[in-house]
Design a protein around this ligand. Structure first.
Ligand SMILES: NC(=O)C1=CN([C@@H]2O[C@H](COP(=O)(O)OP(=O)(O)OC[C@H]3O[C@@H](n4cnc5c(N)ncnc54)[C@H](OP(=O)(O)O)[C@@H]3O)[C@@H](O)[C@H]2O)C=CC1
Ligand SMILES: CC(=O)C(=O)O
Ligand SMILES: [Mg+2]
Length: 751
């Protein structure tokens, strides 16, 4: 990671639009009509609706997705009381994270008020604006009374992040660290440095998790919190005052199993760490500087598990992993409050997620090749898109179970809704996954020894999308499964040893005997994984074949043509990309196979593309693309495209297809309305390019410059389901391709 310098941070905050957030309208506001709906006179109508029934505010305003991040700046990170204005960058930062990770809008509100009653009154008065309130960086002990009273007064979630967000992450990380060190919550001895908002919040949730209260020793600036101590006490601390002779952190930490730092940087020394129990667990969570650095803790005790609040070391135990997701779940069921049950549900979901395989997008973002459950990976990363999908439903479910939800959600539908928040590509793939799951098929992977294929296969099996068959040596595959820490027993076939080898050799010989292959040669070739997998599909031993991760596209395609070939009704195969561009889905073809298609080829490509898109429940509108619009240029290239339209209409009169037309006309309905209202296609979603140059350049430009998500290439027109990966595909891409292959196989089973 690039070094975080003072200059870089200040530049980041001041460059362009100052600060980190802005307010963006969510409705059209271009025309006079739009303005009449948005404001006067139209706006009077929702006003009356809400006055009659306050619940309508969730329907007609942004309240239900709006959180107030409110602070008086009295405990900004570990920097202390620097006042509300200085706290604004942190609060804007929380707003950015709420939006980025959970699509929740935030107003950050910094208040110049310190007396608890005054703070309570201000927040209470602001509450109608919001669906929830996240109190932030308000120091102890005032924060306790403020939060408790606001929870009583308001019927929306009020959550003091430093207490509870921190506690939830801490519990998640602790459960996993205990698992790794073979300890149970009721056995451990815990020492805290910091007995403020975060300290008390964390300690109380530990007690709810099963850590005995008398096993917890709190320390603050005045040292150990013991029974009879008179300085710096308050009722919240009193609950943790212990009968002990220890008076300093150094005294208390001897033989402790778990250190929790929520105080200030640098207070835990190497000497102190050396006195802790076997395999100590050290959560040094002060920000920006932890109580002890990762390096110092490891140097003092190489057997320890360390977490800090920072993103630049392993195990970031920071409330960023909680607040966006717990609020997402709470807002979506319109919870009246966030209960302990919801907090524990969030913690358990996070702890469980750390056991599962980490997506490549996360590995890439952190610049590492793998993250495996273990001492340096006890908690998921906040940028892991699955955090939203695991935590929010767990929280929503707990809210419903505890009777604080105003509305209930169906967990399956809710997960789908959350996936739509992650992007249209997730939503589209969810539809395809659901289809695949309805009748899973056997998918044979030629490159079964590849780690990415093994990880994808584990997910395919786990999600019930298909039944993967990995080709390769059992010893190699199982070694990788173990190395990856996967809980997966793959179905493996070693082509060199399989008894089906001889049968497949004969199948290959029959197909290729007049193409120069002898039976002995066929025996050798049939045992190559690529051919073996294809022959398994050809012989009905598997339903779909996937390969290509370690070869180039043409190399992977060749055996497929030799063994499987194209469908009897298809002259040439083709390949399409599913392009997800912002909120819209397009199909681009042919992006990989036919370099200079004829008019007949173009008609075939369009027909096959429409067929595949229909498999995914998409209503197709096909545009045959050119540089010319409906005869505007008399060039042979444009005329070939026009001819393809005629051919296709004759063959498939029901298809909605038109052209030749330019790409901008195809995707801009206003152009069609204004200039070409005779066109049978308006707002096309299947774009057939005149040649491979145009198609390949277009999908790559859309991907790199247009921010499009490209799923594919999906091979079309083969006699059986065969799909080719790209060497750049990540695990998610492979799983997507498998789901597409299963749906492809299902559709063939129907005809
Ligand atoms: N990683 C994460 O997710 C989070 C980390 N934190 C971190 O936790 C820390 C505390 O935050 P918060 O609880 O909100 O703040 P508070 O002001 O409420 O509490 C601070 C606590 O730290 C104690 N403290 C201060 N200096 C020392 C010291 N030199 N030695 C021992 N104890 C000390 C204070 O003791 P006293 O009362 O005697 O002054 C008090 O108990 C911060 O560093 C913050 O960044 C907080 C929330 C989330
Ligand atoms: C992370 C956070 O909320 C804090 O350090 O205060
Ligand atoms: Mg904070």
């Amino acid at each position: 990671m690039e070094k975080v310098t003072r200059e870089a941070v200040l530049r980041y905050h001041s460059e362009g639009r100052k600060g980190k957030i802005e307010v963006v309208p969510s409705k059209p506001s271009l025309t006079q009509y739009d303005l009449s709906l948005a404001y006067s006179p139209g706006v009077a109508i929702p006003v009356q609706e809400i006055a009659e029934n306050p619940e309508n505010a969730y329907e007609y305003t942004a309240k239900g997705n709006l959180v107030g991040v409110i602070s008086n700046g009295t405990a900004i990170l570990g920097l202390g009381n620097l006042g509300p204005l200085a706290g604004k960058p942190v609060m804007e930062g929380k707003g950015l994270l709420f939006k980025r990770f959970a699509d929740i809008d935030v107003f950050d509100i910094e208040i110049d008020a310190y007396d608890p009653d005054e703070v309570i009154n201000i927040v209470r008065a602001l509450a109608p604006t919001f669906g929830g309130i996240n109190l932030e960086d308000i120091k102890a002990p005032e924060c306790f009374a403020i939060e408790t009273r606001l929870r009583e007064l308001l019927d929306i979630p009020v959550f003091h992040d430093d207490q509870h967000g921190t506690a939830i992450i801490l519990v998640a990380a602790m459960l996993n660290a205990l698992e790794l060190t073979n300890r149970k919550p009721h056995e451990i001895r815990v020492v805290f440095s910091g007995a403020g908002a975060a300290g008390i919040g964390c300690a109380e949730l530990l007690v709810r998790t099963g850590v005995p209260r008398e096993h917890i020793t709190m320390c603050d600036k005045d040292g150990v919190v013991y029974k009879g101590r008179e300085v710096g006490m308050n009722p919240y601390l009193e609950r943790f005052a212990q009968e002990t002779d220890a008076r300093t952190l150094a005294d208390a930490i001897k033989d402790a199993d778990l250190f929790i730092g929520v105080s200030v940087g640098g207070v835990l020394t190497r000497e102190m760490v050396r006195t802790m129990a076997e395999r100590p667990i050290i959560f040094a969570m002060a920000n920006p500087d932890p109580e002890i650095t990762y390096e110092d803790a490891k140097a003092a005790r190489p057997d320890c598990i360390v977490a800090t609040g920072r993103s630049d070391y392993p195990n970031q135990v920071n409330n960023v992993l909680c607040f966006p997701f717990i609020f997402r779940g709470a807002l979506d069921v319109r919870a009246r409050q966030i209960t302990d049950g919801m907090k524990l549900a969030a913690a358990r979901a996070l702890a469980a997620l750390a056991h599962s395989d980490v997506p490549d997008s996360v590995l890439k973002a952190y610049g590492v090749d793998s993250m495996l459950f273990g001492p340096d990976y006890i908690i998921p990363k906040p940028i892991d898109p699955r955090v939203l999908l695991w935590v929010a439903p767990a929280v929503a479910q707990a809210a419903m179970a505890e009777g604080v939800a105003r509305r209930s959600v169906d967990t399956t539908t809710y997960r789908e809704e959350l996936e739509s928040r992650l992007g249209k590509d997730w939503a589209l793939m969810r539809t395809i996954f659901n289809k695949a799951r309805s009748a899973p098929k056997r998918i044979v992977f030629a490159e079964g020894e590849e780690a990415k294929i093994i990880r994808a296969a584990a997910e395919i099996q786990d999600q019930g999308i298909g039944e993967p068959i990995l080709l390769g040596r059992e010893s190699v595959i199982m070694a990788t499964v173990n190395e990856l820490g996967l809980d997966y027993r793959p179905r493996i076939i070693d082509p060199r040893e399989s008894p089906r080898g001889e049968t497949y050799a004969k199948v290959l010989f029959r197909r290729r005997q007049r193409k120069g292959i002898t039976l002995p040669e066929a025996r050798e070739i049939a045992r190559r994984p690529n051919y073996f997998g294809l022959l398994a599909v050809q012989s009905g031993d598997a339903d779909a074949f996937i390969s290509g991760l370690t070869t180039n596209y043409v190399e992977a395609l060749q055996p497929a043509f030799q063994v499987i070939g194209t469908r009897p009704d298809v002259r040439r195969a083709a390949a399409l990309f599913i392009m997800v561009i912002r909120d819209r889905v397009f199909f681009f073809a042919d992006c990989a196979v036919n370099i200079a298609p004829s008019a007949e080829d173009l008609a075939d490509i369009a027909e096959l593309s429409a067929e595949m898109a229909t498999n995914f429940d998409i209503h197709t509108r096909i545009a045959m693309l050119s540089f010319s619009n409906f005869g505007s240029v008399a060039h042979p290239g444009a005329q070939a495209v026009a001819r393809a339209v005629d051919l296709l209409r004759k063959r498939q009169p029901h298809l909605q297809v038109d052209g030749e037309m330019a790409a901008d006309v195809a995707v801009t309905p206003e152009f069609i309305d204004r200039l070409y209202s005779f066109s049978r296609v308006r707002d096309a979603n299947v774009l057939i390019f005149p040649d491979l140059n145009a198609a390949n350049a277009s999908y790559k430009l859309m991907q790199r410059l247009g921010g499009a998500e490209a799923i594919g290439p999906v091979l079309l027109g083969m006699a059986r389901p065969v799909h080719i990966l790209l060497p750049s595909d990540d695990v998610r891409g492979i799983v997507n391709m498998a789901a597409i292959a299963v749906v492809d196989a299902q559709m063939r089973a129907l005809v």
